[in-house]
Design a protein around this ligand. Structure first.
Ligand code: GLN
Length: 219
């Protein structure tokens, strides 16, 4: 059960709004009647009960996290156990390990925030085809925790190459054969969730609903 920052008004989800499709995530929570607000500053992070890291470009977000002095506050909240959900680039940011991280021109290397014991490869699906959609089985979405079929949109998406013990695999890419087949595309670790794909653009709201249930201790 999450400790609410302001228990009189219900939980507030923060959406990291430095770059990427944060507006779509804000709208997805609004459609569910859950308060959500953009987070760009440490003071805004202090006011939320959970954080979503959107799709976009993880290298750009990495640099902006440094520029906005957010790395230490974000890592502190994650270390405290704040619920967090990352889609696509957000999954990359939540990975404890990044496989073949980007090397920047200034000689530094891409960093993640960490939070989920998994190794993620960026742009993993992008070598064959930049974008694709498919229906996949997603575990734990039903009221009784059963799996449900969801439409998944992958845009230069990462995959999860390996997970540590305690990390549950919720979905795998199903379509086709070869490299793409059966790759891990959704995981849960306690109150942390990550998807390679973008439920914020398909509009069904079921994965955002799952995260809200995780936040409140109902899933
Ligand atoms: N390829 C991007 C990255 O590495 C992620 C793409 C996305 O979020 N759609 O950050």
């Amino acid at each position: 059960m999450v400790i609410l920052r302001d228990s009189s008004t219900g939980p507030t989800v923060g959406v990291l709004a430095l770059q990427g499709d944060f507006r779509e995530h804000l709208r997805a929570f609004e459609r569910l009647g859950v308060r959500a607000q953009a987070v760009r500053r440490a003071a805004e992070l202090d006011a939320v009960d959970a954080l979503v890291i959107p799709g976009g470009e993880s290298t750009a977000m990495d640099k902006l996290i440094t520029a906005f002095d957010l790395r230490e506050p974000l890592q502190a909240r994650l270390a405290e156990g704040m619920p967090a959900y990352g889609s696509c680039a957000g999954m990359v940011l939540l990975a404890d390990t990044l496989v073949e991280p980007q090397h920047y021109l200034d000689g530094t290397t891409q960093q993640t925030l960490g939070g989920i014991d998994m190794a993620v490869r960026r742009n993993a699906f992008g070598r064959q085809v930049d974008s694709f959609e498919e229906d996949i089985d997603f575990a734990g979405l039903g009221d009784a925790g059963e799996s449900e079929r969801v439409r998944a949109v992958f845009i230069r998406a990462p995959w999860v190459e390996s997970v540590g013990s305690g990390v549950e695999v919720l979905a795998r890419a199903s379509d086709g054969s070869g490299e793409r087949a059966d790759r891990i595309v959704a995981v849960r670790s306690g109150n942390r969730l990550a998807t390679s794909f973008h439920p914020e653009v398909t509009g069904s709201g079921r994965i955002h609903q799952l995260f809200v249930r995780m936040m409140t201790g109902d899933a």
